[in-house]
Design a protein around this ligand. Structure first.
Ligand code: SAH
Ligand code: TYD
Length: 395
């Protein structure tokens, strides 16, 4: 039985990606108490009361991987590594979204699993073999029956969204051949704690993984990590390369290196998490002060990049449309809607930041470099960004 010790309370939170239509602004929004805890036995850090996948991932899902050049490049680079190192004939992606990863391979080679039918339609239209299903035992059996075994399974920013990890890995074992490789990529718990990015916790992110947490669950399923890549993506992610234990592939030093770093930081101790929670509470105060100060001088603040992460920040810190006039975002399905909980209008990004804007809150802080490159003009004219990590500040 899973026994979580809660260490962080992020208050009442709406569904992180549930952007509101104008006509629904007056309707009462459902909110959920978001607490985060650790199971000291498995070292898995998770939110306390996960919401059903069907409520979060349905035919109205707004997230598109292709909205960031950083992601597109990362998937392209990985596809080259995969071809060079593993040369797989059949690849399966779990959480294929709008096809940003599978696009890099021939249509005959790849299978995609994407439960949000509005998003899955995009890849189906392009001629890819994708299924509008949740990854579970039923789907795995169906895939195996139709396509046989696969040589490689990739899943980025998705396994952390699925509550039943035992079922995830059991299902993987049905489809992955004995010499097969599993690659999982998700935000790193160590980086989250180091950078105080508590906004990695929201209702879709049921888990924020560490290597030690992943290892404890893999062991039960005859799987093990043989290489870890520490990535900059999404503010610090880990890419775990996994094999079946019976497969004699060599275990690289990156595994011990990452594990040692996690233990050295204290990811196996509750006191580390309690200290993190303290820093989060202080971060809230500092951020709120920054907003209030700018607001008292009647200066305009807008938001840039509406993220699931920013839903956590805005609702936890109680930053509403009094403090942020509007957000801009490149995602069509978020535009002309309102942010969950805080109801700040979201507009289409016009290709530049309006002249009368002096301060921009960076919701998509994880794409800071990409955005700063794009917004050289704003920076040159003295425009400032507000960012909450590692400690809230104006830059
Ligand atoms: N892999 C992409 C998308 C990540 S967003 C990327 O890294 O950018 C998370 C994706 O996981 C969404 O597209 C969501 O629909 C999908 N997802 C959520 N639950 C899932 C499940 N149970 N099985 C498969 N995919 C799931
Ligand atoms: P992301 O950080 O991937 O989201 P989440 O926290 O939901 O997982 O989302 C980035 C958002 O920022 C996405 O809605 C697209 C938007 N965006 C811009 O508007 N402009 C940009 O230049 C970039 C890089 C992202």
């Amino acid at each position: 039985m899973k026994k979580n010790i809660n260490f962080l309370d992020l208050g009442l939170q709406p569904l992180a990606n549930n952007y509101i239509n104008k006509k629904d602004l007056k309707k009462k929004e459902k909110k959920y108490r978001l607490k985060v805890g650790i199971d000291l036995k498995t070292k898995l850090v998770s939110i306390n009361k996960p919401i059903s996948s069907k409520i979060m991932f349905n035919n109205k899902y707004p997230y598109r991987s292709s909205m960031s050049k950083t992601m597109i490049k990362s998937f392209l680079d990985l596809s080259k590594i995969i071809n060079k190192k593993f040369n797989p004939n059949k690849i399966l992606e779990i959480g294929s979204n709008d096809g940003s990863f599978i696009k890099n391979f021939s249509k005959k080679k790849v299978i995609g699993i994407e439960p949000c039918s509005n998003v899955e339609k995009i890849t189906k239209k392009m001629g890819f073999n994708t299924y509008p299903d949740y990854w579970d035992l039923k789907t795995a059996r169906k895939i195996f029956k139709k396509n046989g075994n696969v040589d490689l399974i990739y899943s980025a920013n998705t396994i952390s969204h699925i509550q039943n990890l035992d079922e995830v890995f059991k299902s993987i074992n049905i489809v992955l051949n004995d010499k097969g490789i599993l690659i999982i990529e998700d935000p790193s718990l160590l980086e989250c704690l180091k950078k105080n990015t508590y906004d990695q916790f929201y209702n879709e992110h049921i888990y924020v993984f560490s290597l030690i947490g992943i290892e404890s669950i893999l062991k039960k399923h005859n799987l093990e990590v043989f290489h870890v890549q520490n990535l900059q993506i999404h503010g610090g992610s880990n890419r775990y390369f996994i094999k079946k234990i019976d497969n004699k592939r060599k275990i690289k030093s990156s595994v011990k290196f990452t594990r040692d770093n996690e233990i050295k930081y204290g990811l196996d101790k509750i006191s580390t998490y309690r200290q993190f929670a303290k820093r989060v509470r202080s971060s809230k105060k500092i951020l709120k002060d920054i907003f209030d100060k700018i607001n008292s001088k009647n200066k305009k603040i807008i938001g840039y990049g509406v993220t699931a992460k920013s839903t956590t920040i805005l609702n936890y810190c109680k930053i509403s449309k009094k403090l942020i006039e509007y957000f801009v975002d490149t995602t069509k399905d978020k535009q002309n809607k309102y942010t969950p909980g805080t109801k700040i209008p979201i507009y289409k990004y016009k290709g530049f930041i309006e002249k009368n804007v002096e301060f921009v809150f960076l919701g998509a802080w994880n794409f800071k470099e990409e955005i700063f490159k794009k917004e050289k003009k704003f920076i040159k004219r003295g425009g400032k960004f507000i960012i909450h990590t590692p400690t809230p500040k104006i830059i």
